[in-house]
Design a protein around this ligand. Sequence first.
Ligand code: HEC
Length: 466
Amino acid sequence: MKRIIICCLICFASHYLLAQEGKQLYKTYCAGCHGARLQGNSATKLIKTSWIYGRGRGAMFRNIKFGIPNAEMPAWHTVLNDDQINGVVDFIVAAQKTPPDAVRPLPENVKTEDYTLKVDKVVTAGIETPWGIEFVDARHALITENKGAIRWMVDGVLDPTPVQGLPVTDTRATGGYMDIALDPAYADNGWVYLAYSQYKNNQTEEDVPAMTKIVRGKIKDHQWKNQQTLFEVPDSLLVVKGNRWGCRMLFDKAGYLYFTIGDMAQAEASQDVGKAQGKVYRINPDGSIPKDNPYAGQKGALQAIYTIGNRNVEGIDQSPVTGEIWATEHGPMGGDELNVLKKGANYGWPVITFGIDYSGEIVSEKTAQAGMEQPITYWTPSIAVCPIEFSTSPLFPDWKNNLLVGALAFEELRRLVIEGDKVVKQEMILKDYGRVRDIKTSPDGAVYVLLNKPDMVIRITPQREQ
Ligand code: HEC
């Protein structure tokens, strides 16, 4: 009897440990596509009763181990051994009864090292996958919604009428509307810059080629007008079934417009200056090419290129201290990066990387090579790093010139303390309240954060002393 009890205990304990390990493995390898809480993301949710590829432990084990061909579900046997896969299965099975950490309600106050923060839920309804936000002034902001909309937010209230007459997009393969930017002289000229995925002739068939496109227009009385195309590639450079489109935009202090395009699932193209994938670009506000662009005048190269070898840059800002352009880059599995962008430099993807591919394939044995830049820091496992903003808000003097960093899969808002070009400290500000898509400081000094799943706009200010 005693022996049976001990056996049971060992068995229970080992299952418990496996499930615990399974939870960790899930976070590292699966959450990016299936959601941190198994709620689904780019791939199907994993808490449900109707399974597409077979229900029960056996089917689940098989699907994980060998992957699902034609569905972009990687085979994991090169990364995880059978015990580990069983641990993940245990975790998924257990989660059917008690879903892990259902979306936690945002607290009203968050204590950090320097401030007790007041967190206001500004917009909680009526907004769908907000992607980019820009403040026209302290009262008015423009927000892109991924599905292809631009909305006004006035005094923290979402205007129910979206802007009309905008370009058509398609949200396939994580595409859609991405970032929005305002001309440095917006008050005088009204130019609004928009990045989105453009399918050829707006066709909807499966194999239609596409690419990220940059336009500008003016918004008057909820109407998009005077549209001009600033960057698009010729048909020969469009990509079929691409994904990872970028696209963040930034105007630097000199008035150049930077924008980013991911590798569109074609890693090698990131090293080819004749292709659009895997680059950061720099243009003048009217779309013309700055004379000192690194490839200006070089035959066969895209003239707008600023840096190459960038897997997918989704955060970009200019350092208020050095004037350098900093950017975050989504790694493959592991190897999210923070880089300082130097004109004409090569950031190495996919020749050097700190990550491995989601298929479990080694992308490259190399993490360094002459002529290729090293990141300032990197995150493994990938936090799915997204927006960055240097803090210059007068409301947060203790955070002066710190870098705020948001993450999608890991649902984080971090504060990085930077000295020179080193990250000397990271503090977690928010964790597990939703995917952090964009961060912008309003002219009144409040920090606004766009969350996805749940879709929300929140405002962060330091709480007044009583
Ligand atoms: C690169 C994205 C990606 C990653 C990472 C990923 N999956 Fe999947 N997974 C998919 C896709 C795509 C499908 C097919 C269903 C769909 O279209 O969403 C799928 C299907 C599945 C299914 C079958 C679901 C059903 O309804 O039958 C299971 C189970 C599963 N994944 C588990 C996992 C586990 C466990 C991990 C981590 C070890 C993981 N996946 C990592 C993309 C991914």
